[in-house]
Design a protein around this ligand. Structure first.
Ligand code: SF4
Length: 239
């Protein structure tokens, strides 16, 4: 029987510890399978940015739960190459993509005043975080493809982490960079076209430069994450 053993404020720390123990050491595909056996499908949120690291999770999802909705936040600032990569993956994997848009007037303001230059945190809040909030509220667990090798913040994550009101699950956390590249090669999965131009991590065009790892993201700023994977989604913090 599927368990949705969560209180109004999310699972208890003991429950999160139990999930970490139960899922420890599972190959990503088996971890994802177990997640779908543990939670009702409608409680599981999958998002993607169609960046250089997105394809493996999308491939695994297609193995475990084909047709499961995948949400894509269209910030309006994506590279044309990202949008064409998105379209090619939809065709290749038969993905069920649901696009989330920011509030049009608020988005227009960030665009007219180039908020990514002086106010990147607010720009991400309007174009990424606020649009996703209703979807966070409707789900219990959110699967992301963060990998520990990518930066210090990610290296300190556990498989399951409570992030405000939602439980995060990182099935790829222990996948090394070398394994990731080998897997893509072996599965013959398509790679983001900008990767070949030196972009190893890709987000909005205003905040992405070519670079190793994530060094091309918000280059020259202290910002290293857009905020989606930090502790934004807490109802009391937004109250
Ligand atoms: S990544 Fe840059 S352009 Fe995109 S929402 Fe954040 S600050 Fe704005």
């Amino acid at each position: 029987m599927k368990s949705t053993a969560q209180s109004m404020n999310g699972p208890s720390p003991l429950h999160v510890d139990g999930l970490n123990q139960t899922f420890d050491g599972l190959e990503p595909v088996f971890g994802l399978q177990r997640l779908f056996n543990t939670y009702a499908a409608e409680d599981i949120l999958i998002t993607t940015s169609f960046g250089t690291k997105s394809i493996y999770l999308l491939y695994l999802l297609n193995q475990v739960a084909p047709g499961h909705p995948v949400y894509f936040i269209d910030t309006g600032f994506h590279f044309a190459e990202t949008l064409s990569y998105r379209d090619s993956l939809i065709r290749r994997l038969g993905l069920n993509i649901i696009t989330i848009d920011p509030h049009p007037e608020e988005h227009a303001l960030t665009k007219e005043e180039s908020w990514w230059i002086e106010h990147p945190k607010m720009c991400c809040a309007i174009n990424k975080i606020a649009p996703l909030q209703p979807y966070i509220d409707r789900h219990k667990v959110w699967v992301s493809s963060l990998m520990a090798y990518q930066n210090e913040y990610r290296a300190n994550l556990r498989l399951f982490e409570q992030q405000g009101d939602i439980l995060k699950y990182h099935p790829l956390l222990q996948v090394s960079e070398e394994s990731f590249n080998t897997i893509l090669d072996e599965l013959d999965l398509p790679i983001h076209p900008l990767f070949y131009l030196g972009y190893e991590s890709i987000g909005c065009m205003h905040c992405t430069q070519p670079g190793k790892g994530r060094e091309g993201r918000w280059a020259g700023k202290t910002k290293t994450e857009c905020g989606l994977h930090l502790k934004y989604f807490t109802k009391h913090e937004h109250a």
